[in-house]
Structures are given as C-alpha cells and as structure tokens.
Ligand binder design. Structure first.
Ligand code: FAD
Length: 503
C-alpha cells in the first residue's frame, strides 16, 4: 500500500520549508501531522508496506483484528484528545469490567482491578487478599505507615526495588511481575519505574503512600475506574484516521521506502552556509530496486532506537553510546475458535502468567471477545478470539520462553498456543475448534527501559536539540505505549517547531 499526495494548499508558516519524517509508526505519523499543521511541506518515509508500526491490523478467519497494540492507557487524556481530533471520540470504549486473572505458581486468581502495573490501591479488595494471603496483605499495609521518602529519593529505581521497599516481596512476585511481564515483556528487577509508571514516585510524595499514589493515578484518567481504553473496530482504526487526515492535508506518505543513510547536504562540508538551518538534510532511500535521495530542512527520526542511532551515526556520533538494546523477540499467536463454552468468559478478559510457572509457555492470554464487546458483537456467540503472547526480555534464562533453537517455531507455536489456552481457560481447545490462526512476530518493537533509561533518554534529547532542524521521537524515548508516545511526540514537535520559527 502506498499513499502519495502532493501538497497544494496554503499554509500559515511564512516559509514553506520541507520536513522529512523517518518512520511511519504512530510517533512518525503524529510528527508529520504536527509539522504539516505548522506549515511545513512534509514527506514521510516508512520501510514497511503499511503504516502504523506496532498499531497494525491483520485478518484472521475473516475478522479484522489488531496485529500489535490493542488498547491505550487512560492515565492521561492524550489519546482521547487525539481520537477526538480525528473524529473517533464516539468510538472510545472501555473493556469489560470483569477484569483479568493472574496465574500464580499455585494456580489462577483474579487480578486486582484497581492497580497500576499490578500494584494494588485497595488492600482490602477480596482479589488482593486472595492473591497475597493475610501475611502478604499485612506487609503491604506497612506502605501506608512508612515515610513518603522511601522509594522516592533522587536515586533511580527499578519497579521491583520500589514495590519491594514499600509493599513487600509478595506484591512484587504475585501481582507486579506477571503484569509487567505481560505488558512490558520485562523483568521488574530491571525496569525503570519512572519510564513505565511516570508520576508514580511523585505521587507517593504527594499522597503519602504507594497505594494512595496508585489510587490517584487510577482516578486521574479520562475514564475513571478503567486503566485502559480501546476503539470500536480496533486500535488500528486510529492509524487509518490519522493517515486519512495526513493525505487530505497533503502530506506525502512513502511506504516500502527504507531510509538507508542520513547526512547533511554538500554545502555543509563545503562551508558554503553559515546559517545551519538552511543546510539541507539528505536521506538515501531504497524502494525495491529503486534508489533516491530526499532533501529537507527539518528532519524527524521516528524509528526504533537502534535504527535512529545508526542512521544518525555520521552526523551525530555522540549518540552512539546511548544506543538502546534491541527489544525482546515477541510473538503474538491469535486463535479464532468455535468454542461456545467460552461465552461464559472463564478468565474474564484474560490471564497473565507469573514468571516461572511450570508447563505454561505463554506470558499472557487475552480473551479479546470477552474484553471488547464490539468484537464479540462482530463474531457472534460461540466464536472467540484468543491472543497469546510469547517472549520476555531481561528474565532469567530459566524463566524465559526460549525463542531460539529449542523454541517453538512459527509452525509449532499454534499447537503450543492451543495447549496453553486449554490450561489457562480450563477447557480443552483443539485444532478441530480452530477457525483460523495467525502469528505476528515483533522483533525489537518493545524497547526495554532498564533502570536509568529515562535519564539517558533525556541526554539523547538534549544532544538532538543542539542540532538545528533535528528531532527524535518514538517509544524508545518517551516510553512504551500510545499514551506516552502521543504525549512525547507532541512535546518534541512543539519544541522543534518553536526552535525552527526562531531561526
Ligand atoms: C506486540 C506489542 C503490543 C503492544 N500493545 C500495546 C497496547 O496494547 N497499548 C499501547 O499503548 N501500546 C502497546 N504497545 C506499544 C506501542 O505499540 C508502542 O509503544 C508504539 O506503537 C511505538 O510507536 P513508534 O511510532 O515509536 O514505533 P513503531 O510503531 O515501532 O514505528 C517505528 C516505525 O519505523 C519504521 N522504520 C524503522 N526503520 C526504518 C527505516 N530505516 N526507514 C523507514 N522506516 C523505518 C518501522 O518500520 C516502524 O513502522 C505494544 C507493542 C508491541 C510490540
């Protein structure tokens, strides 16, 4: 699929400068939108055949589903505001309030519904008591009695350090590790709390305890009571709307165009210009066997982190030490099955698996037709969509699903998923029940925010901001998730547009 349209409208920006965006995930599309609105003539280059990056779609057994991301965090109004702007406000939905489950080494229990990253806000909730036991609840309750300084000092902290210090080991192992593994494909021991739960440590200082900080975050979203939202039709419809708006505004969208190299124009080397912003960026692109060069005054790199650092290596070698590690190798196995017993949603909206549970290879199962009413309406009773995810980063080898030599390959992951789904949902689901399946592989798409990541990324942004006409954006900088990416990209674009206007 390729979209091309040339700009022909008048804009408010006095000089109609060219801007190029590299990467057509949500951050790149949004960057293009902001630049176009500020009056730039924008071209976007995306390596893949389709736009949206992790917000992709696929068709399984005739049902169009999200291929990657399927919801958004509602802790801020960033996504809801964008959806509104794109005319999708009426399509925002909350998931089935039945909630999810967690599979612990001693079996399945309902997951507390009022948590952030699995951290509970209400220790008296029956699900919290069931998951932690009386001694676990007693230890967690110390959180309310300890000084707000614990876990909130200047020193950076892992999710695990914070939770262990304030609420104890059982909250960490039985609630937080399964959620963090499922959502971030990561070990909470290594994950930077400020990246994955922004504002949580500040919330402890403000509200006096971790539980109170979690409660405040849960109440602060656009839809109180629900931590996530979705869109009727799937989250990929946001990309469709964004792309439509960009095409209508005259942004040039080049799919299947991989950027191979980025450098400043000849004039820089020849010293012909002294105003740095007038020096063009040059980008070598590849489209099948075709090659070409794009030129622009303003450049936004919105790819994954390792690609961004490599592409800018020649112009900004100072970035090299900040190259992030490649994210984990994740596979999503989608099964569309004809199993009427699943109409009763035995595990609510799905189930997260604690690390180290023997016999289950999946880290999470989403019962999509239970989670989203619009999807159940479209498949009808008896037909169900199950999505199982495989692959964690930063976990001990013994806990990991080995996706290398000894791992299930794409071919044998479907039987593995059927076996895991049967165990997790407590009823036998066999190949005979399958209406269709698909495996989507996400390699490196969920960057891993190790402790200290936020500080490092601030340095990256500072380095980039010193280069006139350059901005970097994307999940590796702002944190994973649509809410973080939308807010981060809007912030970065505002700064870029303001600095471009000053020159
Ligand atoms: C499996 C999975 C499930 C997720 N689920 C959720 C969820 O439910 N809710 C949520 O909020 N978040 C979720 N996330 C996270 C969220 O999807 C990401 O944080 C967000 O989409 C990142 O957007 P991005 O634009 O920064 O990066 P990406 O979406 O990765 O886009 C980067 C784009 O750059 C392109 N590119 C790379 N190199 C080049 C090059 N050289 N030239 C041109 N183009 C290039 C890539 O092809 C890609 O399209 C999920 C992520 C994954 C992987």
């Amino acid at each position: 699929m390729e979209h091309r349209k040339h700009a022909a409208k008048s804009h408010s920006h006095p000089v109609r400068e060219r801007a190029v965006v590299v990467g057509g995930g949500v951050s790149g599309l949004l960057a293009a939108k902001e630049l176009q609105a500020a009056g730039f003539q924008v071209s976007l280059y995306e390596a893949a055949a389709t736009l949206g990056g992790c917000f992709s779609s696929h068709e399984v057994a005739g049902v169009v589903l999200d291929g990657g991301a399927e919801s958004f965090a509602t802790r801020s109004t960033a996504v809801a505001d964008l959806a509104q702007e794109l005319g999708l406000a009426a399509n925002i939905v909350t998931p089935n309030p039945a909630g999810a489950w967690v599979w612990l080494p001693d079996g399945p229990v309902p997951l507390p519904r009022t948590g952030v990253l699995g951290i509970p806000s209400d220790l008296n909730a029956p699900e919290v008591r069931a998951a932690l036991g009386a001694s676990g609840v007693l230890r967690a309750a110390l959180d309310a009695k300890m000084p707000a300084t614990i876990g909130t000092t200047e020193a950076v902290s892992s999710v695990a350090d914070l939770v262990r210090a304030r609420m104890g080991k059982r909250v960490l192992e039985r609630l937080v590790a399964p959620v963090v593994g499922g959502v971030h494909s990561a070990d909470p021991e290594l994950l930077d709390v400020d990246m994955v739960a922004p504002g949580l440590r500040a919330g402890i200082r403000e509200h006096g305890s971790l539980a109170a900080a979690v409660a405040a975050q849960r109440a602060g979203g656009s839809k109180p009571g629900s931590a996530v939202g979705g869109l009727v039709g799937g989250m990929h419809t946001l990309v469709t709307a964004l792309v439509k708006a960009l095409v209508a505004a005259g942004v040039e969208l080049h799919t299947s165009h991989r950027i191979k190299a980025i450098y400043r124009g000849e004039e820089l080397a020849a010293g012909k210009h002294d105003g740095a912003t007038s020096l063009p960026w040059q980008l070598d692109w590849e489209h099948g066997t075709e090659r070409g060069v794009a030129t622009a005054q303003v450049l936004v790199v919105a790819t994954d982190g390792p690609t961004a650092v490599t592409l800018l290596g020649a112009e900004l070698p100072q970035l090299r030490p900040f190259a992030p590690a490649t994210g984990p190798d994740i596979r999503l196995v989608t099964l569309v099955v004809d199993v009427p017993e699943l109409d009763s949603a035995p595990r609510g909206t799905g189930i997260l698996v604690a690390p180290g549970v023997p016999g289950i290879k999946a880290k999470a199962l989403t019962h999509a037709t239970s989670k989203w009413a619009w999807l159940a309406d479209s498949t009808g009773p008896g037909t169900h969509v199950l999505r199982l995810s495989y692959g964690r980063a930063g976990v001990k080898a013994s806990d990991a699903v080995r996706l290398s030599a000894a791992t299930p390959t794409e071919e044998d992951l479907v039987p593995t998923a059927l076996a895991d789904a049967s165990t997790l949902l407590g009823l036998e689901i066999t190949e005979a029940d399958l209406l269709g399946s698909d495996i989507v592989r996400w390699r490196g798409a969920l960057p891993f925010a190790a402790v200290g990541h936020q500080a490092k990324m601030a340095q990256v942004q500072a380095l980039a901001s010193e280069v006139p006409g350059l901005a970097l954006t994307g999940g590796w900088l702002s944190g994973n998730g649509l809410a973080a990416v939308v807010a981060g990209t809007q912030r970065t674009m505002k700064a870029l547009i303001e600095s471009s206007a000053k020159v």
